[in-house]
Design a protein around this ligand. Sequence first.
Ligand code: HPA
Length: 284
Amino acid sequence: MPQAATGSAFDEAERAAALIRKRTALRPDIGIVLGTGLGGFADRLANQIAIPYAEIPHFPQPTVEGHAGRLVLGSFADTPLAVMQGRVHAYEGCTPGQVIFPIRVLARLGIKTLVVTNAAGGIRTDLASGQLVLIADHINFTGTHPLTGPNDPRLGERFFDMSDAYSRRLRQLAHRAAAAEGITLPEGVYLGLSGPSFETPAEIRAFRTLGADLVGMSTVHEVIAARHLGLEVLGFSSVTNMAAGVLDEPINHAEVLEIGERVQQTLTRVLAALVPLLADPPDR
Ligand code: HPA
């Protein structure tokens, strides 16, 4: 088996984690990635410290509007959390390795559970813009895989299972949290693309045939990396628009941001109800 070189992803993640450990005594149990327009939950953390990604070694910098680019560490309902306000995407010119780097850092910090969120286009016609959807599974249609190349066994195994990538156990807890808030939470399959263009109507028809309910430009690489690391994963999509051709309307980023703001409030309520369940699942 090839040896992990010095300057390996593991060493770089450890260096980034070491800087973060120096800034705070908090050791997170749960990591949350807040996607486009969804950064608000981080403001709810108690005793928080925020570290700009620019100050963390090797951490990639978001370049798009709606992504603050800060790691916020703090507690919610006495549960220590690490919350990423914004992420990078392949379309920004980042390699898949850079896209997943923060997930490896969070794992070095000790998280066992990862909650990912994103903005997505709705393919399934019973979904509506402004709705929050729980990701049941994904289709990696980016054309790349973040773990090609030598495997570092300190990060995870060469071959690993993806059949419960979006944990059934955690999804049950998410449904319980949403129900407690009176929020409808349908499930859907997320298809991840590299972007940055939105899709054509013909592509969306094809993706519907493939079994996709949601389409977006993030998440799949991070979730693959999280499963490689052995993390238990949960994912939410904010439907900011119906996908191309579903309605006879063009799609634009301003709309994605505007609707994202609205869904952010729903997401924040679900996360607030969910975190205590994740920390202390009643049926475990
Ligand atoms: N397509 C891809 N990504 C997206 C969309 C979309 O329609 N909406 C928000 N992110």
